[in-house]
Design a protein around this ligand. Structure first.
Ligand SMILES: Nc1ncnc2c1ncn2[C@@H]1O[C@H](COP(=O)(O)OP(=O)(O)OP(=O)(O)O)[C@@H](O)[C@H]1O
Ligand SMILES: O=c1ccn([C@@H]2O[C@H](COP(=O)(O)O)[C@@H](O)[C@H]2O)c(=O)[nH]1
Ligand SMILES: [Mg+2]
Length: 241
């Protein structure tokens, strides 16, 4: 059923080529939960880079999860409790729209349709935001959205994230949260939400799977209260101190 729905997806984003291959796959996420310990070697690497001894770039954590899974909410808390700068890719794109440029108009249409903005735009915005941040630790919220984004980021910046957080939330809960968000977002309507969920499943989950296979992704159960979820997040980040 899901495969049939995904097969009927007609995406005009540069990530669309990934749809065909990803719908052939089952999305079995073999991620460690916050309760399980990440591999020891990984912890050592994370510890040294979080402590700022890994060259001159900041510690980078990608924060992924479906629409409405609570990425922004949890990132704000991580930022204030653990001294991270919070870079939301969606906010960077919405800033472009607010600036009223031609590019902004085009981005607005893509967001309205729940599609993915081309990598050359987003990677540049994210790269500049990382570069201009003075923080030693940076959260990148809602990016990379697809394998093409990921590959473009790694190629252009010559770096990989140190950690990937994945907020795992059931679809019905995400829909409920988005429909009551009331922030006037053009994409918080049921029609666009359905498209965003399909794009998440077909294009964003493969990115999580990629980082999972490299031992970098940590799955957090994103159901429950904000406090309960943050407790799990806090445990993970405390173990990296
Ligand atoms: N644990 C929670 N329980 C109930 N509501 C929540 C929870 N966490 C966040 N919310 C609410 O759900 C909505 C979506 O949360 P948030 O904006 O953090 O999600 P997001 O993953 O950043 O979504 P998007 O991908 O659309 O930007 C917000 O209104 C937020 O206040
Ligand atoms: O890397 C990105 C991030 C976001 N988009 C587009 O923006 C909307 C909203 O993003 P949120 O993270 O939910 O704020 C998303 O649905 C995409 O259309 C993007 O293209 N690339
Ligand atoms: Mg958000």
């Amino acid at each position: 059923m899901l495969r049939r729905r995904l097969s009927s997806l007609l995406l005009r984003s540069p990530c669309s080529s990934a749809v065909a291959s990803s719908i052939q796959q089952q999305h079995h996420l073999l991620l460690p939960t916050h309760a399980e310990k990440p591999p020891a070697l990984n912890l050592l690497r994370l510890f040294t880079s979080l402590a700022g001894t890994d060259g001159d770039r900041p510690f980078i954590a990608f924060v992924l999860g479906g629409p409405g899974s609570g990425k922004g909410t949890q990132c704000s808390r991580i930022a204030s409790d653990f001294g991270f700068s919070h870079v939301s890719a969606g906010d960077l794109l919405r800033n472009e729209i607010s600036a009223g440029t031609d590019q902004g108009e085009w981005i607005l249409e893509i967001i309205r349709e729940g599609r993915i903005v081309p990598s050359e735009i987003t990677v540049e915005l994210v790269r500049k935001a990382i570069e201009s941040s003075t923080a030693k630790r940076v959260l990148i919220d809602g990016f990379p959205r697809c394998e093409e984004n990921r590959i473009a980021f790694e190629k252009i910046t010559g770096t990989e994230p140190d950690l990937v957080l994945f907020f795992d939330c059931p679809e019905d809960e995400m829909v409920k949260r988005l429909l009551s968000r009331n922030q006037g977002r053009v994409d918080d309507n049921i029609e666009t939400i359905k498209k965003r969920l399909k794009v998440f499943e077909s294009l964003n989950l493969p990115v999580v799977e990629y980082y999972s296979s490299r031992g970098k992704a940590h799955k957090i159960n994103a159901t429950g209260t904000e406090d309960e979820i943050f407790e799990a997040v806090r445990k993970l980040f405390s173990s990296l101190r």
